[in-house]
Design a protein around this ligand. Structure first.
Ligand code: GDP
Length: 427
């Protein structure tokens, strides 16, 4: 069923200067007047080159008209491609407002497409995932989800549960009249075990996706003056952290995000750890160093050649900086680098990647989907006792409810809004 909705518009391309900007309009009640303004016959979908009047000037635009229901939203959709200039875009917005259209909220286009049965909820969610993925790794890990394999799993499991429920409920209905097409308790137990096996496998195979978990934290620690800030700058490729031969320069944690082969990492430079006479501020800095270490995925403990090499941080990786001052590299379990000459920096990048690269077997689904499977799995306890049919039926109904909550039961607007609010505006 196609629902009546007001007409909305949004910029579909990023804000700023670009070759072109795309403004999208969708609605069922887009007025004849607007079509006239664009010089398009309402019944004729297609691509049109039009000069449109915008206040004191005109702009040549490419206009695409997708006629309902053959469009992304299932409604009439018009795409206006103008020059990528925000002044022009804002003038076009004014025109659209004057025609009574309102600016879309996040995800509203996709939500309309979903409500008009253009795609399923997992396809809609995968649109958001595709748009927000920040690395090749993320796209690979979400591949099953993006290709609809997860949706397929849901529909199989749901069908299995429904089938089992029909069988069990027919047993309950006819139990007074003796077993009609009777199914043994053992068979039920077996079928439930298979079902639980499917859900367990799903939970083993997938992890819930949180964009934060994709970012790995790498921290540089060590005594003052060993060259942590210099290494930090070499790795991020710029002068971000202050370099000085005065000990105790870095107090706050300095952080910067960078990509290593498509994996995003947050690199942190920390206050040097030393004992003896240190100011209160430096002590606070060292406290932050420890916090940074505790929450890191990889700790690089930096030393300089003349130092006694004894690790202070558990599980840290040994890095010896200032290798330019050395003729021979004697330590076997350390990586020798020089922030000054750049020697070993590429190896250091490779070493970091080796430690933080995601498990190649890891596959992800959205948190919402993962939680539903956890709850469905919890609903189905291993069945014991004599009331097996009654109890199992209830457990299966509960599990079904959880799974439908994800993929089917969208009578509640709030749930829908929660799903689509994660989108960007214009999607
Ligand atoms: P931090 O206190 O550990 O952050 O060390 P800095 O990066 O501030 O560097 C301390 C001093 O060591 C500065 O004078 C740097 O120029 C010097 N330094 C850093 N890296 C190297 C290096 O690879 N070789 C040499 N010879 N000096 C370096």
């Amino acid at each position: 069923m196609v629902r009546k909705q007001d007409s909305i518009y949004a910029l579909a391309t990023p804000e700023g200067v670009s070759a072109i900007s795309v403004i999208r309009v969708t609605g069922l009640s887009i007025s004849e007047k607007f079509f006239n303004f664009l010089g398009i016959e309402r019944k004729k979908p297609g691509v049109f080159l039009r000069k449109i009047t915008l206040g004191d000037f005109s702009e040549k635009c490419l206009i695409l008209y997708f006629k309902a229901p053959r469009s992304y939203t299932g409604e009439d959709v018009i795409e206006i491609q103008s020059h990528g200039n925000m002044v022009i875009v804002s003038e076009i917005f004014d025109v659209l407002e004057n025609f009574g259209f309102r600016e879309a909220q996040a995800g509203e286009f996709t939500k309309r497409g979903f409500l008009n049965n253009k795609f399923t909820i997992d396809e809609a969610e995968s649109v958001a995932v595709n748009v927000s993925a920040s690395s090749v790794e993320e796209l690979r890990m979400l591949e099953d989800f993006r290709l609809g394999k997860v949706g397929h799993f849901f529909s199989n499991v749901t069908k299995k549960i429904e089938g089992l429920l029909v069988t069990i409920e027919s047993q309950l209905d006819f139990s007074d009249e003796g077993a009609v097409g009777s199914i043994s308790k053992n068979n039920i137990k077996k079928e439930i075990a298979v079902l639980k096996g499917d859900l367990d496998n799903f939970l083993r195979k997938y992890s819930p996706f949180q964009s934060e978990m994709m970012k790995k934290k790498v921290v540089l620690v060590g005594q003052p003056n060993v060259g942590k800030s210099s290494l930090f700058n070499s790795l991020v490729g710029g002068k971000v952290a202050l370099v000085s031969n005065t000990p105790g320069t870095t107090r706050d944690v300095v952080r910067k995000n960078l990509f290593l082969k498509g994996v995003e990492i947050t690199l942190e430079d920390t206050a040097g750890i030393r004992t003896g006479q240190v100011s209160e501020i430096e002590k606070m800095g060292m406290g932050l160093t420890n916090e940074s270490y505790e929450t890191s995925d990889l700790c690089l403990e930096v030393f300089e050649p003349e130092q006694k090499i004894k690790k202070k941080f558990k599980d840290s990786v040994l890095i010896i900086n200032k290798s330019d001052l050395l003729k021979v590299h004697t330590k076997k379990n350390a990586l020798y680098v020089s922030a000054k000459t750049g020697a070993g920096i590429e190896e250091l990048r490779k070493l970091i990647y080796k430690y933080i690269k995601p498990d190649p077997k890891l596959s992800l689904v959205t948190e919402r989907v993962y939680k539903a499977v956890v709850k469905a799995n919890n609903s189905i306890e291993s069945v014991r006792g004599d009331d097996i049919f009654e109890i199992t039926a209830q457990q299966l109904r509960d599990a079904l409810l959880e799974l439908r909550y994800v993929y089917g039961n969208f009578s509640n607007e709030k749930i829908l809004d929660r799903v689509f609010s994660k989108f960007c505006i214009g999607k």
